[in-house]
Structures are given as C-alpha cells and as structure tokens.
Design a protein around this ligand. Structure first.
Ligand code: SF4
Ligand code: SF4
Length: 431
C-alpha cells in the first residue's frame, strides 16, 4: 500500500509537470500565425511511410537502421511501460495478462527490442563521443547542444539497463515460464546464481523503481531538449505539406488583391483577419505559422539538412539546421514575455537580423535538398522564403540584382530591361 501511494504521488508529479510543459508550448503555438491543412487520408499515408516505417531515415542505411530500431523499440517498450504504470497504481503484477496467449509474445518482443535499443544507443554514444562526425558540428552546434544529446542518450541507455535488470530478475522469479517471455534475459539470468528469493525480489524492485523513475525524469526533460522529437516527430510528419516541395505557398492577401485588380467581380473565399495582415512575410517569431514553430520543436539537430545543403557545402554562412534552431530559440526568448505582456511586446530584437542574418537567407538556392533529406519532414525553404518576403516587401531590402529585376517586372511586365513593344524586334529582319 505504501508503495502504491508513493507511486501515485510520483505519477501525479511527473504528469503534472509534463502537462505544464505542453500547456506552455500550446500557449506559444497560439502566438503564431494560422496554417491551412489538406486532406486527412493522404496525411495518414505519409505518417505511416515517413514516421512509422522511417523510410527517410534509411537514406543512410546503416545508421538509419539503428535509429529505426530505437524508434520501433520505443513503440514496443511503451506497451511494457503502460503495464508498469497500471501495475504501480493498482498494486498488481502483470496487469496486461488478460491478453492471454499473446501476452508472452508481447513480453518476448519487448525483451528482444530492449537489447536492440541498448546496442543502438551504445553505437550512437560511441559515435558522438569518439568519432567526431562532421555533421554534428557547425556554428549553431554549441557545447550545450552536444551535452544535451549526450544526456538524452545516457538516459535512454540507463532506461534500457534497468529494463534488462527487470527482465533478468523476472526470469529468476519465474524460471519455468521465463524462456517464453524473456528469450534473451532468461539466458542472461542463467549466468547469475542468486539462491534466495529475497535477493531476487530486491534486485527486481531496485530495477523496477529505477526504470519507472527514469521514465518520469526522461519525459520531463524531453520538452526542453533536442530529443523533444521523441514526442513531436510523428505529429510533425502528419502535419507536413502534401504539395510538391518546389511549390511555394502564395500569400492569400496578395493573391486576392491581384485577382480583384484583374476581375472587379472577384470575391475572395476567405478574408484574412487584421492580425494576419499585420506584416508581410516573417520578421519575428509571431509572424511564423504554427507549423514553422512545430518544425523547430521537432528538429533532432541531426544535421542531415545542412550536410546536403549546396550553400553550406560551398562555404556560405547558411545552415538550414540553424534556421530551425533559431526559430525555437527566439520563441524561448520572446515567448514568455509575449505571454505576460501581450503580442505587442517589443524587446528591440527580432528573429531576422538578431538570430538569422540576411546573408544566410539570401545564400539559399531554394533547391529543397534540406527538406528532402529531413527525416521528420521539416520545411526550411518555406521559412527562408517567408523571411525574404519580409525583407523585400517591408524593408525593400532585396539584393541589388533582384531590385533591378523587380523594377523591370513592374515597368516592362518582364524581368528584362526593355519595353514590351520591343519584344519582337529580334524578328524584324525575318521575312
Ligand atoms: S533549399 Fe536552401 S537551405 Fe535548403 S538545401 Fe537548398 S540551399 Fe540549402
Ligand atoms: S531540420 Fe531535419 S535534417 Fe535538419 S537537423 Fe533538424 S531534423 Fe535533422
């Protein structure tokens, strides 16, 4: 009974803190602009393919395989964690036994995946600590980013060690059925020679409490870590764009204005709210859409985008990973003040200029290699184009080459520097 009460208090604290973190993020999301979604069916297909079957991660087959093992392992192990939660609250053991003959099958799959995740995480940690992988470095990758990644991986490793402990001691408690439920741990248990049941129970309880406490700590660290993608990657893929990557979203208010100039009878489908009209493009965090912000929360900082970016490869200042990290950092900086003092809060700083420089955004070729490579379907070029739109439409600060083109389009209806009447001059001598 005491154990149950302690456990219930732990659950209330852990889920209370997690709810608070999500509530704060939801409030930040409310500070951003709207974003329209397409059909649901296609989204489910995309989520299954990219998030559940991890198709994009396999572009780098070896490490992709280990990463996919960790993801699938988490999904499988979640079943065991839910059972532990029910056990802890109810004071029972093996609460999901009502699944009957498939219960030992679930248990054995969890046991196998525990070792697969353990091995994968050891490889990831070794790689991060000793191999100095190029894509893990960059101007945006500060010491804190590396510490953050190492803490998260260490916590996952400890989670797997304690789970292995639970399975090994469970095998020792019920040796007659252990082989069916714990195919690997039961063999490992055979190496131990605990003779008294008290030591076995103590070993089991130590691992059980360590594992569940680590789960509670880990899930509350995630919202403040780069590993937040553990929660956010599936929803981010679900909400990712369905149109081809090269298609840029139009600005509805501009499209409507042009259409009504061409056709006086034109009636817009929807009229943007005053707040939506406040600014063209993106200058600061309140101008991004909730999907842009979701992208920034889902970024794993893996660097696949930056390592495939032609601008970055050729030595330009642009790093698409940095763009996403900057969006998250700016919301972290300005969001709390906006919540307290309202959206009009001004700290004389902005996402553009103070976090992201014009040099970075004009270095982009909009080739979409970053968005193509991103395993969680983040769309960096969209964000970059939004920032450019602000510069061009609000600050008239396009590079000089583009300004000439804009003037030509305005005056001549074409990017070239000659009048429309002269268009056919090239053909005047052709009879
Ligand atoms: S779209 Fe821009 S940021 Fe993305 S890879 Fe191409 S050049 Fe780099
Ligand atoms: S934006 Fe995507 S590819 Fe780039 S670092 Fe983040 S998760 Fe990795």
């Amino acid at each position: 009974m005491v154990n149950q009460i302690v456990f219930i208090i732990e659950v209330i604290i852990a889920f209370g803190l997690l709810t608070f973190s999500f509530y704060r993020i939801l409030k930040y999301i409310k500070l951003t602009r709207s974003h329209s979604l397409g059909p649901l069916g296609k989204r489910l297909v995309k989520t299954l393919s990219v998030a559940i079957f991890q198709t994009k991660i396999f572009r780098r087959p070896v490490l992709g395989f280990f990463h996919a093992l960790v993801f699938w392992g988490f999904c499988v192990i979640l079943f065991g964690s839910l059972e532990m939660m029910v056990d802890g609250i109810s004071g029972n053991e093996n609460s999901f036994k009502f699944f009957g003959p498939i219960y030992p099958i679930f248990r054995s799959i969890i046991d196998i995946f525990t070792y697969l995740v353990f091995i994968s995480v050891v490889i990831f940690l070794f790689r991060r600590l000793f191999l100095h992988v190029k894509r893990f470095s960059g101007i945006e990758m500060k010491h804190k980013s590396h510490v953050d990644a190492n803490i998260a991986l260490t916590l996952i490793l400890l989670l797997m060690v304690s789970l292995i402990g639970i399975n090994v001691f469970s095998s020792l408690m019920v040796p007659e059925t252990a082989k069916n439920s714990y195919p690997i741990s039961s063999r490992l248990a055979a190496l131990f020679s605990f003779s008294d049941s008290a030591s076995i129970t103590t070993g089991y309880l130590i691992n059980w409490w360590s594992h569940i406490s680590l789960i509670f700590i880990f899930m509350n660290i995630l919202p403040y870590s780069k590993h937040f993608h553990v929660f956010m990657s599936v929803p981010n893929v679900f909400f990712s764009r369905l149109e081809p990557l090269g298609k840029l979203p139009n600005m509805d208010n501009i499209t409507n204005e042009v259409k009504s100039m061409m056709d006086p009878g034109f009636v817009p489908e929807s009229i943007p709210s005053t707040s939506e009209l406040a600014r063209f493009g993106v200058k600061d965090i309140e101008d991004v859409t909730w999907k842009n912000y979701l992208d920034s929360l889902s970024c794993t900082q893996c660097g696949r985008c930056t390592s495939s970016c032609p601008a970055n490869i050729t030595g330009k200042k642009l790093s698409p990973r940095k763009i996403m990290m900057d969006v998250r950092a700016r919301m972290k900086e300005k969001g709390p003040h906006m919540l307290k003092e309202g959206k009009q809060f001004n700290d004389n700083r902005s996402l553009l200029h103070n976090f992201i420089s014009t040099e970075e955004i004009w270095a982009c070729t909009t080739c979409n290699a970053c968005a193509q490579e991103c395993p969680v379907n983040i769309n960096h070029p969209e964000m970059i184009v939004f920032l450019r739109r602000y510069l061009v439409m609000e600050e008239s600060a396009a590079p000089s080459g583009l300004n000439i083109m804009f003037t030509n389009i305005e005056n001549n209806g074409a990017p070239w520097q000659f009048s429309p009447e002269d268009r056919m001059l090239w053909a005047k001598d052709i009879s």
